[in-house]
Design a binder for this molecule. Structure first.
Ligand code: PBG
Ligand code: ZN
Length: 328
């Protein structure tokens, strides 16, 4: 049927009919809010390329939590930020039972037991060289790194982490972490695997925040080549076979096709990471008055849902949760 019998504008005529036929709806329950935690007390330091996002000491983080829980955001993901003097070549701060992430998780679970705490498993925030694993001849040694990732995941679970999210892109890490968790009686702790993580320039503001820029070279020998899409399916298939419960695509905006293919192929709970550089672009344009921040953020996050994401890790989570309250 075509014009003049079929007129698609009939179902767009007013707000209520648009609400009724709306296919994809962003909800607060879809959002995961990232938080950066650093040793010390009374620290709340804004990250320069990420207005509205801070490095927190644990005491100040706890204040922030009340707001997050009040907005009904179901989950947060925690990243550790260390001073250069607190890092070493083996990234021991990542798996120290008293490491900053472990301290934060314990304190958070005491204060807000219902809020789901996801922990990022990687060494780059803790290594002096800034790479995601252990170096051997200036190359990241895959299998030696696995042991440290397992120690990190187990330390995080012992501290009370609800979900473990490996972001290192080593081969075999999901299987190794699953086994490590199971051997330590954490059979019920799910793994949210950064399955398709690309070597992206969009991580710039995060690396500035975490001080995790590699001291030499880049991450192209372990993170994916942005030009590849079939490989993302292989990465995801392996992570699922190794025991991943949820799969993540990162970054989000330049990779919506990957989100779509992974969701269509595997039908697993699928997470989009709306990364730091994507946040910075919207914030900068909004500050200049060039775009309407609220409308652009909600349109962007809805785009992730339409592409197939069930969940979105986003620095916009608090704002979006506030805006969604007045909506629908
Ligand atoms: C650690 C990690 C990174 C991000 C999340 N976990 C940085 C990187 O791989 O260099 C990036 C998040 C963001 O840009 O918002 N491997
Ligand atoms: Zn890393």
């Amino acid at each position: 049927m075509s014009f003049p019998v079929m007129r698609l504008r009939r179902l767009r005529a007013n707000n209520n009919i648009r609400r009724m036929v709306r296919q994809h709806c962003l909800q607060v329950a879809d959002l995961i809010y990232p938080l950066f935690v650093t040793p010390g007390a009374n620290i709340k330091k804004e990250i320069s390329a990420m207005p509205g996002v801070y490095n927190f000491s644990v005491d100040r983080l706890l204040v922030e939590l009340t707001e997050i829980a009040g907005l009904k955001i179901p989950a947060i993901i925690i990243f550790g930020v260390l001073a250069a003097s607190q890092k070493d070549s083996l990234g021991s701060g990542a798996y120290d039972p008293n490491g900053i992430v472990q301290q934060a998780v314990q304190a958070i679970k005491e204060k807000q037991p219902e809020l789901l705490v996801i922990t990022d498993v990687c060494l780059c925030e803790f290594t002096s060289h800034g790479h995601c694993g252990v170096l051997k001849n200036n190359n990241v040694d895959n299998d030696a790194t696995l042991e440290l990732l397992v120690k990190t995941a187990v330390a995080q679970a012992k501290a009370g982490a609800d979900i473990i999210a490996p972001s290192d892109m080593m081969d075999g890490r999901v299987a190794a972490i699953r086994q490590g968790l199971d051997e330590n009686d954490f059979t019920n702790v799910p793994i949210m695997a950064y399955a398709a993580k690309y070597a992206s320039a969009y991580y710039g503001p995060f690396r500035e925040a975490a001080g995790s820029t590699p001291q030499f070279g880049d991450r192209k020998a372990y993170q994916m080549d942005p030009a590849n899409s079939d490989e993302a399916l292989r990465e995801t298939r392996l992570d699922i076979e190794e025991g991943a419960d949820m799969v993540m695509i990162k970054p989000g905006l330049a990779y919506l096709d990957i989100i779509w293919r992974i969701k269509a192929q595997f039908g697993y709970p699928t997470v989009a990471y709306n990364v730091s550089g994507e946040y910075a672009m919207i914030k900068a344009a909004a500050q200049k008055g060039w775009i309407d921040e609220k409308k652009v953020v909600l349109e962007t996050l809805t785009g992730f849902k339409r592409a197939g994401a069930d969940m979105i890790i986003t620095y916009h989570a608090k704002d979006a949760a506030r805006w969604l309250k007045g909506d629908g």
